[in-house]
Design a protein around this ligand. Structure first.
Ligand SMILES: Nc1ncnc2c1ncn2[C@@H]1O[C@H](COP(=O)(O)OP(=O)(O)OP(=O)(O)O)[C@@H](O)[C@H]1O
Ligand SMILES: [Mg+2]
Length: 300
């Protein structure tokens, strides 16, 4: 309440009973089934769920890459579910940054040119484009890779260029569909730290992941199944979501840890610590003696 007036906080994203159907007749598949979801400015939402549960479809609808079949979508309070292609692409260009699993950089352009692309579409002059793109590559730690082509960069570096491209036009919201899906553990951590930094500087982030560990970077986890939101929970930064840790992520029990430790200990035996060869058992010697006796008898 300010000056006696009631301040109404508008969600940045609001989906109302949104459905997305593919195909028709008997071959219809329901990718989203009456999904309602509100996301406020400044949230960092992790979207999880099995393969085919509708996560990418949800990202495409939120990112205005795809129309919902039914339902309403309000972006910053404005109804955008039925906008023309042109108006949708303008909102995408000005307000949304995308990061995809497969990086989606253009191979014949340098890192700098790739980052500058959204500004080129925005009609900015070359000098302004280069200056902003260079600054963005510096922010993601790649100032010395401006003139490298994507094929000359590691997976982690390529994704950092994609992040720089997503940020260059200062979008309100970043949508990342499995941004670490093609990366090793160390590069994933680097990319997530970067996304987390962007979140801390005030951006709204929605990212899809199959890795429960990465929900530590989120303030909320939305869990999807069969096109619906099965669970939605607020989480603390640095912690794995409760629902996720209960149903999807098995922390090793003490005895399993002991077993694992035992296995590793076995693997680590050094040559000089090799156990002495086992003594021949009495049983074997007796057997051998009996064999020799039979042989002697047969020879006689
Ligand atoms: N273009 C399309 N045409 C027909 N069906 C589609 C299309 N895109 C998605 N689907 C279907 O919609 C459902 C949801 O797909 P979606 O890609 O959103 O799943 P997902 O949760 O992102 O899966 P994954 O974790 O494997 O990426 C699936 O059953 C899929 O087959
Ligand atoms: Mg997907």
């Amino acid at each position: 309440m300010r000056d006696g007036t009631l301040e109404v906080r508008m969600p940045l994203i609001e989906l109302k009973n949104v459905s997305k159907l593919y195909g028709f007749g008997d071959a219809t598949s329901v990718a989203l089934d009456e999904v309602s979801l509100k996301i406020d400015k400044g949230e960092c939402v992790a979207v999880m769920g099995p393969s085919g549960s509708g996560k990418s479809t949800l990202m495409n609808v939120i990112g205005l890459l795809d129309h919902p079949t039914h339902g309403d979508y309000l972006f910053s309070g404005k109804r955008v579910s039925r906008l023309s292609t042109n108006r949708r692409s303008r909102i995408r260009r000005d307000k949304i940054g995308f990061i995809f699993q497969s990086f989606n950089l253009l191979g014949r352009l340098t890192a700098l040119e790739n980052v500058a692309l959204p500004l080129l579409y925005g009609g900015y002059a070359t000098a302004k484009r280069n200056q902003a793109s260079r600054a963005m590559l510096e922010r993601v730690g790649l100032h010395d890779r401006c003139y490298y082509y994507p094929r000359q960069l590691s997976g982690g570096q390529t994704q950092c260029v994609a992040i720089a491209r997503a940020l260059v036009n200062e979008p309100e919201i970043i949508i990342a569909d499995e941004p670490t899906g093609n990366l090793d553990t160390e590069s994933s951590r680097l990319v997530m730290e970067l996304i987390s930094e962007i979140h801390k500087s005030g951006n709204t982030i929605i990212f899809v992941t199959h890795n429960p560990e990465l929900t530590r970077y989120a303030t909320r986890v939305v869990y999807m199944q069969d096109g619906i939101i099965k669970h939605d929970e607020a989480t603390k930064l640095g912690e794995v979501g409760h629902y996720v840790s209960k149903f999807m992520y098995k922390v090793p029990t003490a005895s399993e840890e002991d077993d694992l430790a035992g296995v590793s200990a076995l693997m680590k035996i050094r040559p000089e610590e090799k156990p002495a060869p086992a003594k021949k058992s009495k049983k074997t010697s007796t057997k051998r003696r009996a064999k020799r006796k039979t042989k002697r008898k047969a020879a006689a």
